[in-house]
Ligand binder design. Sequence first.
Ligand code: LIP
Length: 273
Amino acid sequence: TEQEIDIYYKAVLDLVSLAGKVVNEGFSITKRVETKSGAADLVTEYDQRVEEILIKNLQEKFPTHKFIGEESTAAGVKADFGNDPTWIIDPIDGTTNFVHGFPFVAISIALAINKEVVIGVIYNPVLDRLYSAVRGKGAFKNGRPIKCSGQTDLALSQVAGEYGSSREPDIITAKCQNLRVIIEKVHSIRAVGSAAMNLCMVAEGSCDAYFEYGIHIWDYAAGDLIAREAGAYTCDPSGGPLNLLHRCILCTATKELAGQISPLLTHVDFPDD
Ligand code: LIP
């Protein structure tokens, strides 16, 4: 019910500011860095600590809820995306930024019920920007409503796109090719190094579109809702409906813009989450 969602929303907003303090503690000091799937897929003790704090607190408050967390998944817990209320958590989206002291890092938390995201919260504690949305109620930045740009013309657009963390030559070639095709047609390409933050950039109108292949459900579940609640359009980059397990997204200020970008992209295949 709406009242229940309201309780969950308030709980997660409280918790995210606590977690933000831990991220900020670690931001400007030297961290122990380890790698996961490859030499450019990084994790720090802070990613793990923040995820533990978030899951422990939410579990205490809502014992029947399920969890999908980036670091729990990396540690071998199977991501189970079912109909039960499920919190989808990226403790630090933009870990490479976090390691290098580049201030686009975010805690990303979504709550899905019956596989539909109803709450999205993305908090960048370094820049103190809190983006949030509840399904059907609009999107907010630090409590103020935000709107996407409404841009319909690709030629006038600023587009966000990432290289990602895979260093597999074929994947790098395909990603560079996509950016190569897009750059000829737009004002600019930007990459802030975090899927969650890129989606917030579209939500608040700083970018007109964002696409990426190879990301995970925890990178885009919250940002997808925030962007849509800000008036943006999200889909699979191939043009079909967005699938949160399909590891890719195209998010645009308008549906027209998606229609101009989608045919330009070559699909880069990753196994589903
Ligand atoms: C990151 C994504 C980003 C992508 C990076 C990485 P992480 O997530 O948000 O868009 O380009 O390769 O996957 O690992 O920092 O949570």
